[in-house]
Ligand binder design. Sequence first.
Ligand code: AHR
Length: 325
Amino acid sequence: MLRNKSYKVLGILMALMLFAGCGAAAEDTAEPELLLGFSQIGSESAWRIGNTRDIESAAEEHGVSLMFENANQSQANQIDAIRRFIAYKVDVIAFSPIVEDGWDNVLMEAREAGIPVILVDRDIKTEIDGLTTCLIGADFYNEGVMAAEYLIRKADELGLESVNIVEITGTENSTPMRQRQAGFADTIAGDERMHILESIDGDFLKSRGAECMRYLLDTYGDEIDVVYSHNDEMTLGALPEIENSDLVPGQDIIIISIDAGQEAIDVLKEGRINCVVECTPNLGDELMETALRLKNGEQVEAVIHPVEQVFSDEMDVDSIGPRGY
Ligand code: AHR
């Protein structure tokens, strides 16, 4: 609400400046270096909230005027927001696409208006060249690889001969869902001990994580050796369900999560999660610097991935510092 209000205030100010014929008051006002429209997916996770916070503070630090829109998990809302950014004639548009398909029309409109578009966090699928300039976000495939590599090491350490895995996946047709699944599946493919019993859509939500885990426990019971969950939120939803079934997460079932937010790291320290692969939400500085370069007509890199690490029971978990999200 607050953000929408500041968006409106910014709009009113711009309109006043226009209708006043750019008079003396407007001339005195220092123009922001850059007007950036950013459409966020929603507030589905601590990760997403941390990402929003980081983008807002980076905008402030870089003197960027930010038009922020929260789409509340709706692709239609994101498309509407991008159209509003085009109407406002922002300098650069950035957005985190909730799913990969369905962006061609609105992005062709942005291209027509001559406004460069930056993808943040997630990618899109398109047959059309040149709709976006670059992608700033995690290497989700590698996150899946790192999760699987941990599991292979853990199975070796425990001397397991057969490993039954259930996978709780993120939002269907989203980049992290597809790539975390592929990276994990490709990495365990050569290991005959590994069997995925089922992959089920948890939509990156805590409540869905709990529902999925309930169903998986009802269906497979103590056959489950491993839960591979595509984000912390779903993992945190799943853990109480495991405990309600008189199983001990981290001991009876190996728990692997992705994001490495504070709450999951605290649970890792308690021994109820075994491994958390980092996915950093801190993309704000890179976004502001890239947007400023685009406004100045400079070339930017097509893909920018942050460096990420793995936190697990293989390390001294007490040495892990505050995560900030
Ligand atoms: O796209 C990044 C993913 O989206 C994060 O892993 C998840 O927590 C968020 O909702």
